[in-house]
Each structure stands twice: as structure tokens, then as C-alpha cells.
Design a protein around this ligand. Structure first.
Ligand code: ZN
Length: 199
């Protein structure tokens, strides 16, 4: 686009890389930023840097955290012997919003996907098995997505967790086939957790 200055074009190019942002939206964002007070633009830029510098994965469950352990793992009121396994941190957020789970999580940071060349070794499964072996775990709930990758992952997890003799269940009832957990509404998630079936 010849009519933009070099720095504007550069910012547009950066914004286009963001999920859900096309060129049109990027142009609107830049136009907004140009009209906003300098302080507001600075807050946005600082916010992006701060997130990148301070957010890491929880040493225990791999959820997003700004400390060694995430807020949920640190919370004394959470049931530490019930672990809900999810694919990504945004799934934790979705379940937390539903307010229907009082245990702790284990975030796999992905799902098994032969098409993308992702196997069990690429997921946080070793740390999960260690957690189960070391702590006195009462129940494990597999809450991976209802799509092919999520089901494949659930199947694999069942195979490796079952021999450990811990109570195992899978959510899914109420979740449409092929759906992503993070987009499910709170009521559906609550029901789906309640209706978990033993495997
Ligand atoms: Zn944690």
C-alpha cells in the first residue's frame, strides 16, 4: 500500500499476523492508535512486552502463570487429588468460567495429531504420569476436545493412565462432536463435567 508511511505499513503487517485480524481490521486498529492519546498507545505496547516477559508455564500443571506455580495450583481450597486434563491454557479459562470444577488441572500443551506430526512425546504427558504416581490422586477427568485429535489423545491417555489404578473419566456428553472446549458455553461445560463417564 503506497499511501501509508513506512511505520504504519509495518504496524499493519504485524497486526495482520494476529488471529482474526485481516487487513481491514488492522487498518482500523492503526487509525485508532493514531488518534488515541500517546499514553494509551504506550500502555498497549508495554502490555504486550510485559506479557511476553512475565508469563510462563506453571511448573506443575503447565497452565499460564506469572510465578513458579499458577494461581490454581497455589490455591489451598482446590481439591489437589482431582485432576482435569485439558489441551491448552484457554481450556482452563473456559472451565474456570463455568465455575463447576474445584479440582486442579494438567495442561498438555497440545493434542496428538499424526497429520501435524505431533505424537505423545510432544505433549506434557510424562509430567502428568509423574504427578499421578507421586501424589495420592483420587480422580482424573479427561477433558480434551471432542474433535479427532482430542479423541485420539483421550484414547492414548486412557491407555497409559488406566494401569495406574486411578479413577478415570471422560467428559463429552453435551459437547458437540468436533467441537473445541474453549468455545463451549459455561452451562454446556458444567453439564458435560457433571455427566462425565467412567472409562
Ligand atoms: Zn498450575
Amino acid at each position: 500500500m503506497a499511501n501509508y508511511t513506512e511505520s504504519i505499513e509495518k504496524l499493519i503487517e504485524s497486526l495482520i499476523k494476529l488471529p482474526g485480524i485481516g487487513r481491514r481490521s488492522a487498518e482500523r486498529v492503526v487509525s485508532y492508535i493514531l488518534g488515541a492519546p500517546k499514553e494509551e498507545a504506550k500502555n498497549l505496547a508495554d502490555g504486550i512486552i510485559k506479557v511476553k516477559e512475565s508469563v510462563r508455564f506453571c511448573a506443575l500443571c503447565h497452565n499460564l502463570s506469572e510465578e513458579d506455580l499458577c494461581k490454581i495450583c497455589q490455591d489451598q481450597r482446590r481439591q489437589k487429588d482431582v485432576i482435569c486434563i485439558v489441551e491448552k491454557p484457554s481450556d482452563v479459562t473456559a472451565i474456570e468460567k463455568s465455575g463447576s470444577f474445584t479440582g486442579v488441572y494438567h495442561v498438555l500443551l497440545g493434542a496428538i495429531s499424526p497429520l501435524e506430526g505431533k505424537g505423545p512425546g510432544d505433549l506434557k504427558i510424562d509430567t502428568l504420569l509423574n504427578r499421578i504416581k507421586q501424589a495420592n490422586i483420587k480422580e482424573i477427568i479427561i477433558a480434551t476436545d471432542a474433535d479427532t485429535e482430542g479423541e485420539t489423545t483421550a484414547l492414548y491417555l486412557t491407555k497409559v493412565i488406566k494401569p495406574l489404578g486411578v479413577r478415570l473419566s471422560r467428559i463429552g456428553l453435551g459437547l458437540p462432536v468436533g467441537s473445541n472446549l474453549e468455545y463451549a458455553d459455561s452451562t454446556t461445560l458444567s453439564k458435560s463435567l457433571e455427566a462425565r463417564r467412567a472409562i
